[in-house]
Design a protein around this ligand. Structure first.
Ligand SMILES: Cc1ncc(COP(=O)(O)O)c(C=O)c1O
Length: 286
């Protein structure tokens, strides 16, 4: 019996093996392992794909969230409003920076945060809202933007599971997940919509100011080599991963379509026809 993978990374690779192998070999041949040209190429392609002004690669989606909060200059004790239902990384980085997570519930159908509960959770210490776009489904960004605007709060979108998803505003404006708030974050964990061959992540922003700050924090708080103006982290996107992602980005819409078709197939199977272990399936969230 053939085991069906949740994401079949092997056949995904075999379909574009020649392109991927060539991209990997180019990095090896040039030995441009750190901050090689493939990183800038991928960031440019990502900007074009998402329509955002700045796309900045980093080491993983968890770091992206941490760096976004650091770039906004929040201080220990500041409150960050997050959904109760997400992968741990969203709340983990809040705790790591000694900020206070304030949890709000999610809708039972979309698993995204309930805007009315955000409003109730706001105090004088609130600084940031982190909407999480889960399973490719966007949070109610129109309502969240309106609340953030009224209370002067930052929005950091967690789009780790939603790169390529589109949010449609009531006036018909369409924006990509992660490119709506002050800063957006995504993950290139191998099983994500756009998966690397290891860890990877990116931050999105339309602000030149935040982009400059993010680029510095990612690289040990440095803009000029060996000059360190602030405390940062080492979280550059690996050049090999960037080269691979640059190839796979071209196929992202195709991958998303295949996932949607698989989901529709499973939804269309009447529950009574499913094998017992599928009926009692517990969903895992990574
Ligand atoms: C919603 C969410 N946020 C953040 C992350 C963290 O991303 P990474 O695994 O790249 O650190 C993930 C990945 O699993 C995620 O699903």
């Amino acid at each position: 019996m053939e085991q069906i993978q949740m994401v079949d990374l092997r056949s995904q690779y075999l379909k574009i093996k020649d392109e991927i192998d060539a991209a990997i070999h180019e990095v090896i041949d040039t030995t441009a392992f750190i901050k090689g040209p493939a990183v800038a190429d991928f960031e440019k392609a990502l900007q074009k794909y998402t329509g955002v002004k700045h796309a900045i690669g980093c080491a993983n989606g968890t770091d992206a969230l941490q760096i976004a909060l650091m770039a906004l200059g929040v201080k220990p004790g500041d409150e960050v409003i997050v959904p109760t239902f997400t992968f741990i990384a969203t709340a983990e980085v809040i705790a790591l920076l000694q900020l206070k997570p304030v949890f709000v519930d999610v809708y039972a159908d979309t698993f995204t945060m309930i805007p009315e509960q955000i409003e109730e959770a706001i105090t004088q210490n609130s600084k940031v809202i982190i909407p999480v776009h889960l399973y490719g489904q966007c949070a109610d960004m129109q309502a969240i933007l309106e609340i953030a605007d009224r209370h002067n709060l930052f929005i950091v979108e967690d789009a780790a599971q939603a790169i390529g998803s589109e949010y449609v505003f009531s006036d018909g404006t369409v924006r990509q997940a992660g490119c709506i708030g002050h800063i957006g974050c995504t993950s290139f964990f191998p099983s994500k919509n756009l998966g690397a061959f290891g860890d990877g992540g990116a931050l999105f922003t339309n602000s030149d100011l935040y982009a400059e700050k993010i680029r510095s924090i990612i690289n040990h708080g440095s803009k000029v080599k060996y000059f360190h103006e602030e405390i940062g982290v080492n979280s550059r996107l690996d050049t090999l991963q960037a080269a691979i992602l640059n190839v796979k980005l071209k196929y992202l819409d195709e991958y998303a379509k295949a996932r949607q078709e698989a989901a529709m197939y499973f939804i269309s199977i009447p529950l009574k026809l499913m094998p017992v272990n599928v009926k009692h399936l517990k969903i895992s969230f990574h």
